[in-house]
Each structure stands twice: as C-alpha cells, then as structure tokens.
Design a protein around this ligand. Structure first.
Ligand SMILES: [Zn+2]
Length: 316
C-alpha cells in the first residue's frame, strides 16, 4: 500500500460563498465522510494546512492582484472580480491556507515522506488567472504547485491533468508558453460550457507550442467518449513528455448526477480515469501523483467519488 497523504483542514470550510452558491463548505464534509465511512482514514497520512509563503504565490500571481484580493476581503466585499466569486472576510486567509497546505504536501512527496496525495482544498483554483479571479477561484492552486516544483525542486517536466468538467483557462494561460509544464484538460465543449476556452486548436504558444492539449467533449457524452479521448490524446502525449511529477486538477462535476454540466460520466468512469493517471505516475513519475480538488457539486455523489479516488491512490 502506498504512503498516501490526505490534506484536509476544517478551516477550508470558513470560506463562505453565501446562499444559493454551489461551491459550498459542505462539499468538504461529504468528501471527508466518504473517506471516513469507508474506513480509509487510518490508512492515510493526514495533514492540516499552514498559510503559504507569499513568495510561492508570487510565482504565479502579480503583486497588484494579490493586494487587490486582500484589500477586497478586508473591506468586507461580498464578491471579487466576478459575480461568481462570492466571498467572505476569511476568503483571503483561507485561500492562503489552500496553497500553503498543497505546497507542504508537494514538498513531502518530493522528500519521499509520501508517495502520492489528495488535497481536499477550498477555494478551487484552475480558473484563476495571473491577475483575475474567475469561476469560484482566487489563487491558482495547481499552478503554484507546478511553479514550486520547478523553483524549489528543479523539476523540468511537470504534467498537469485537469478532468474538471470546465476548462482550466487560468492554468492553460499561465503555462501555454512554457514547454516544461504540459497541461492536459478534458472538459465539456466550450461552445456549451463555462468558461468558453479549451478548444482543440489551443495547443500552446511560442516555445510552449505542443505542450497544451485539450479534449473538448460534447454535451451528453459519458464514459465511452472519455475513455476514447484519454486514450487518443492524453496517454500518447504523456508517453512522449514523460512528466517527472503529475499534478491533477480533480474536479468531479462531469458526473451524471452533477447539475453543473451536461456530462454523463459514471462513478466507475471517474475511477477508470484515475487508474490511468496512477499508471502513468508509476511509469514516468516514480508514482508522484498529487491530486488537488477543483469542482464537483453533487453532495450525493462526492462521498463515493472521493472514497474511490483515494483508494486508487492507496493501491497505486
Ligand atoms: Zn468545474
């Protein structure tokens, strides 16, 4: 059994999004409960978070954005940059805790204390741009993790796999001209879904050309189409790129019972994807797979999805 880290901190629930917002604190309760009730907690190595050192966040976000975010939060603003981004007076601090917890876990994987990990954080990150909050996201968690791997650990090839049902516009834009980070995303087709990016022809810029790959999926499709596209687009790309570490933007909102999108991925479909990811981790990355929570809004399905997710990491 692998040494699997589980980042879970009750303070992540202090980021309040208000009534009628789908990105609710209860999501984390459901994830924790699913893992606990399956008896998996004793098999995992649990971590609580500490705030991130600002120098890591500054590798992704510009100074003026960070200051604007902090100021909006301390001024008691209820939204930031977009009406989707509802927040409370703790949101800035909790966002620092999300990044800080992830950085800590990534460091432990690099030191060999952990083989792999699941980071159940809020707020999510993959829509956050260098200087803009978007789509419930403030700091781009996975992007900071990738920059940390490059800067602190001298990693030359980071592979990011984003299976959230929405395209990770922020992550793509941050790395599209960087040939040392391969960004792969499978998501609902941008003609039908937020945020409207992630078409097949978006495949990197300048020297980063060929290091971004998008698999848009038409509404109503499910397991078969995900399997086909992952076999066609992701597996050969990573076989060529050979990432030294794999980061996962794990969004569970492509589930058939998730109302945020029109995908029909089953619980087993998610397990198949994660199984392929850990297999690639074993082949190319010494098993170093660090999964970071993005979306996923079906409170009914999150317990089983999270349970299967960490079980696959444990048995990787
Ligand atoms: Zn999403």
């Amino acid at each position: 059994m692998k040494k699997t880290g589980f980042l879970y901190d009750e303070r992540y629930q202090l980021h309040k999004t208000g009534h009628y917002h789908p990105e609710v604190p209860d999501r984390l309760d459901c994830i924790y409960r699913g893992i606990k009730e399956a008896g998996l907690l004793p098999k995992l190595i649990l971590f609580e978070a500490s705030p991130a050192d600002m120098k890591w966040i500054q590798l992704v976000h510009n100074e003026s954005y960070i200051r604007r975010f902090e100021a909006a939060c301390s001024a008691g603003k209820r939204t930031f940059d977009s009406p989707d981004n509802q927040m409370c007076c703790d949101t800035y601090e909790i966002s620092l805790l999300a990044v800080g917890g992830i950085i800590d876990v990534v460091g432990r994987v690099m030191q060999g204390e952990l083989d792999n990990a699941f980071c159940a954080v809020r707020p999510p990150g993959h829509h956050a741009e260098v200087g803009n909050a978007m789509g419930f996201c403030y700091f781009n968690n996975v992007a900071v993790a990738a920059r940390y791997l490059q800067n602190q650990w001298g990693i030359h090839r980071v592979g990011i796999i984003d299976f959230d049902v929405h395209h990770g516009n922020g992550t793509q834009h941050i790395f599209e001209d960087d040939p040392t980070v391969f960004y792969y995303s499978i998501h609902e087709h941008p003609s039908f879904a937020y945020p409207g990016t992630g078409r097949e022809f978006e495949n990197g810029k300048d020297i980063g050309h060929g290091y971004t790959k998008n698999s848009p999926v038409l509404p109503g499709r499910g397991d078969d189409e995900y399997r086909r596209l992952i076999r066609k687009d992701l597996l050969p790309s990573f076989d060529e790129f050979r990432p030294e570490v794999i980061l996962v933007s794990a969004g569970f909102d492509a589930h058939i019972d998730d109302e945020m999108a029109d995908m029909q991925l089953s619980t087993e479909g998610f397990s198949w994807i994660m199984q392929k990811i850990v297999e690639m981790g074993n082949l190319y990355s010494k098993g170093r797979v660090i999964s970071i929570l993005e979306g996923g809004y079906s409170l009914k399905r999150l317990p089983e999805l999270a349970k299967n997710h960490v079980e696959i990491l444990l048995n990787a």
